[in-house]
Design a protein around this ligand. Structure first.
Ligand code: AHG
Ligand code: MN
Ligand code: MN
Length: 338
């Protein structure tokens, strides 16, 4: 990249979509809408530490407006922006029980639906650690011109058109993946634009970090415990144990994994036989991003992206990150017997 030349996310997306003559520009507009929601949410996240002064959820501020919890605020911001744009036929959100169809003529004629986890890692808000927004974009399968249907939202990850996240961290970034590449854009606050900062991200094939909630060890399977022992002993590949890092915010743990390599795991355990994380809001978009960057995402039994969703809020176990680390972890869980 030429030094000194800022490329905004919009410019980049438009340049990229020009490579596909059949593109109508709707996907670019949708990414711009999501980026706009991210900037608005970011403004609120920056004030999170002042919540005791400005008023908590349910309290009324001096302008007579009711203060909202950040995850409710993030959810409403995304829904309002996507509803008012003409590029989205409907949404499904981790915060809503059911999907929502936008029934005005423009929305009903749009090709895409969006799913999101409006605020991921919300338990980290109080301690000022990174949090994020995760999103998925599917081409709808229902008839254009009619309201969208549940089937539009229950598509497997291998049918995703794009997915990404916004991380509200030491800087604010938007990362999005198409089938072709993964690119990261850092918010330049003085101009209020996401600018290309991490072009063509590739996950290293090997890594040195394992990331999971080790406090759950007693609930893990024997295979998982054997893998943990392997991570903590001096292993042949590294000549030292792996490092353990766990922020407890999937966006932040996966962002590190994407850039530095490593493995992130939220397995099934005795109290959560299907794992904790949600297929449609967390695991599919993150697997799509990681696989587009050359990594791997597995449920332990198969590729995450191949799981046929049966309900909006279903959970799956996840092993995701550097492809050689994921393969190694799976070899402990499902040893091949000749
Ligand atoms: P959310 O804040 O959207 O509910 O998601 C929290 C998730 C995810 O971000 C994180 O990886 C995981 O919960 C952490 O769970 P544990 O506290 O059980 O480790
Ligand atoms: Mn989440
Ligand atoms: Mn959430």
């Amino acid at each position: 990249m030429k030094q000194g030349k800022l490329i905004t996310m919009d410019e980049f997306t438009i340049q990229e979509t020009r490579k596909f003559p059949q593109a109508t520009g709707e996907l670019s507009s949708l990414l711009r809408d999501i980026g706009l929601a991210g900037k608005i949410i970011n403004k609120q996240v920056l004030k999170a530490g002042l919540v005791d002064i400005l008023g908590k959820h349910g309290a009324t501020n001096v302008q007579g407006e009711e203060q909202m919890k950040l995850d409710v605020y993030a959810n409403e911001t995304l829904i309002n922006i996507l509803k008012n744009s003409s590029d989205c036929a409907g949404i499904a959100s981790e915060e809503n029980d059911d999907h929502v169809c936008f029934e005005d003529t423009f929305s009903a004629n749009s090709k895409y639906v969006v799913l999101f986890d409006p605020l991921d890692g919300s338990s980290n808000i109080d301690v000022n650690a990174p949090i994020g927004t995760i999103f998925s974009i599917y081409r709808r399968v229902s008839e254009l011109g009619k309201p969208c249907t549940m089937q539009d939202f229950l598509q497997p990850g291998n049918r995703l058109m794009a997915a990404g996240y916004i991380i509200y961290g030491s800087s604010t970034m938007m990362v999005y993946a198409t089938k072709v590449s993964v690119n990261g854009f850092t918010l330049e606050p003085s101009i209020g634009e996401f600018c290309l900062s991490h072009a063509n991200i590739k996950v290293p094939e090997n890594g040195k970090i394992y990331s999971l909630n080790q406090g759950n060890t007693l609930k893990y399977s024997d295979g998982m415990r054997a893998y943990l022992d392997y991570c903590m002993e001096i292993n042949k590949e590294e000549g030292r144990p792996y490092s353990h890092r766990y922020i407890g915010s999937m966006v932040a743990d996966l962002h590190r994994t994407l850039i530095k390599g490593g493995i992130f795991i939220y397995p099934a355990d005795k109290s959560s036989p299907k794992g904790k994380l949600r297929l449609q809001y967390e695991c599919n978009p993150m697997s799509f991003i990681v696989e587009a960057a050359g990594g791997k995402g597995s449920t332990g039994e198969g590729n995450i992206l191949d799981v046929e969703p049966t309900e909006l809020h279903q959970r799956v176990p996840i092993f995701i990150g550097s492809k050689n680390m994921v393969a190694k972890a799976l070899s402990f869980l499902y040893p091949v017997t000749a």
